[in-house]
Ligand binder design. Structure first.
Ligand code: IDP
Ligand code: MG
Length: 144
């Protein structure tokens, strides 16, 4: 069983797409095991996006992700990391497949609605930035 950190980014919150995004991930069969609303500060944004430090878009990305409240969640399931990434669509929404979240709702490479961890290693690091172990719920579904 894998876990992925999902962020509903400021653009999705502004556009009222949080429920739609969460719903698509749930309908896929992924289970919510943690969720909170928060406004990221600069320090948290810089740690979350540390692999992009030094890139041309880094400072703008930090400004964007801290610009308004977001929802952070942990989704759990079989191959959850790949399943979340596929449900999100590729980074550039213009290139993302129709039927994916980014392909259906986005055009902007920065304001691309949703974050999902890209590997088990990043998932573990990212989840620990947003959630304490007590905030993550082990709750078997009747169908598990
Ligand atoms: P991902 O979110 O699909 O994993 P990453 O390459 O990890 O994509 O980039 C992190 C975030 O940085 C993207 O989701 C997007 O918001 C932003 N970003 C990535 N590439 C660019 C770019 O070329 N210009 C502006 N923003 C970008
Ligand atoms: Mg990434």
């Amino acid at each position: 069983m894998e876990r992925s950190l999902v962020l509903i980014k400021p653009d999705a919150m502004q556009r009222g797409l949080a429920g739609t995004i969460i719903s698509r991930l749930e309908r896929r069969g992924l289970k919510i095991v943690a969720m909170k609303m928060l406004q990221m500060d600069k320090a948290l944004a810089q740690r979350h996006y540390v692999v992009h430090q030094g890139k041309a878009f880094f400072n703008d990305l930090v400004d964007f992700i801290t610009s308004s409240p977001i929802i952070a969640a942990v989704f759990e399931g079989e191959k959850a990391i790949e399943a979340v990434r596929q449900t999100m669509g590729t980074t550039d929404p213009v290139k993302a497949s129709p039927g994916s979240i980014r392909g259906d709702f986005g055009l902007d490479i920065q304001q691309n609605l949703v974050h999902g961890s890209d590997s088990a290693e990043s998932a573990e690091k990212e989840i620990s930035l947003f959630f304490t172990p007590e905030e993550i719920f082990e709750h078997p579904k009747k169908t598990d």
